[in-house]
Design a protein around this ligand. Structure first.
Ligand code: SAM
Length: 313
């Protein structure tokens, strides 16, 4: 499961408890368990958060014993990081499934991304795309995204024009701040070198022309973001890998609100995240998928990190 979708607000029961750091009795065979004074609150008991914080502090471990030693020796440094941070993986390749929908809308577009993290998905016009040999987007871009297709080829003929880029997030990450970019890199699994290279290139694009990032809850700040969009553009509210972070009633509020805003609405979320948008079951051999929808109509199944798309007829 990708790091961000693993970040369910509900702790996973199998999450191993962590333990007394620097305990003299701790040995490679001692089970890890933590004193209640250092136990994280349930919303912070996320493996992804732990792995990323450990890596942020001590780099990528070479093997499990080294990782374990880092946890035991540096637990008092790691836990404050876990309190302070949240899983905010920002994956620009998620723009590949968005591009066919965005480019088919009347241009220019006023993009509003809720749950934007650093807002790297607000630059779909600045990236290059290759859908099994069919290329589109900005061919000169340092962000090259390959997206394999299953089923019909998605329509990619049109060009995008973006009039404005607004992101809303509980903790927006300004990529001009090195601490934020280090955190975004730490959230990518160490062996995913291509994703890290793409992230770095997308960070450079956003840093040179930053989006407007609004700090706050997406339900509370969305009307303000819509009001700030230019009048002569098609307003598109979109979100990718965000709904699992919201309790059901907040998702319900978001659905009701967005329906009545007079905007176009694109979602790329786990299939059950918005259960009223139904689609054929994905192939069970596929592993985790996202469901792409437009204005509450199912459009495609997509890879959680955007590397394939199965367009429906
Ligand atoms: C996994 S990240 C996805 C980032 C980006 N959409 C992407 O796909 O690359 C989820 C983001 O949603 C944000 N988020 C979660 N709940 C939120 C809320 N109620 N209001 C605003 N943002 C929220 C988190 O802070 C995080 O940055």
């Amino acid at each position: 499961m990708p790091p961000d979708t693993a970040a369910s607000p509900t702790p996973k029961p199998e999450t191993p408890p962590l333990s007394t750091p620097n305990s003299p009795s701790a040995s490679p065979t001692t089970p890890l368990s933590s004193p209640s004074s250092t136990r994280s609150p349930p919303t912070k008991q996320q493996p992804t958060l732990l792995f990323a914080c450990a890596r942020l502090i001590n780099g990528t471990p070479t093997d499990f014993p080294q990782f374990r030693t880092t946890l035991l020796d540096q637990w008092h440094d790691i836990t404050p990081q876990m309190q302070q941070r949240r899983t905010q993986t920002n994956e620009p390749a998620r723009c590949a499934p968005l591009y066919p929908l965005l480019s088919a809308l009347p241009q220019p577009l006023a993009l509003i991304e809720v749950g934007a993290s650093a807002g790297l998905c607000l630059y779909p016009d600045r990236y290059a795309y290759d859908y099994d040999g069919t290329t589109t987007g900005d061919s000169t871009s340092p962000v090259q995204i390959s997206c394999s297709t299953r089923g019909p080829q998605p329509p990619t003929g049109h060009r995008l024009r973006i009039a404005s880029r607004i992101g809303i997030d509980l903790t927006p990450l300004d990529v001009r701040d090195r601490d934020n970019t280090n955190w975004l890199r730490a959230l990518i699994w160490p062996e995913h070198h291509d994703r890290t290279a793409r992230l770095n290139a997308a960070i450079d694009i956003a840093a040179a022309d930053p989006p407007r990032l609004i700090q706050g809850d997406l339900n509370e700040r969305l009307p303000e973001a819509v009001a700030a969009a230019p009048d002569d553009a098609t307003i598109v509210v979109f979100h990718t890998a965000v709904m699992p972070y919201l309790p059901q009633w907040e998702r319900h509020c978001f659905v009701e609100q967005t329906r009545h805003l007079g905007v176009r609405w694109i979602a790329q979320e786990t299939p059950k995240a918005l259960p009223h948008i139904t689609a054929p079951d994905p192939d069970p051999r596929t592993g985790s998928v996202h469901l792409l929808s437009q204005d509450e109509r199912p459009i495609a199944h997509t890879a959680p990190h955007g590397d394939w798309i199965h367009w429906f007829n």
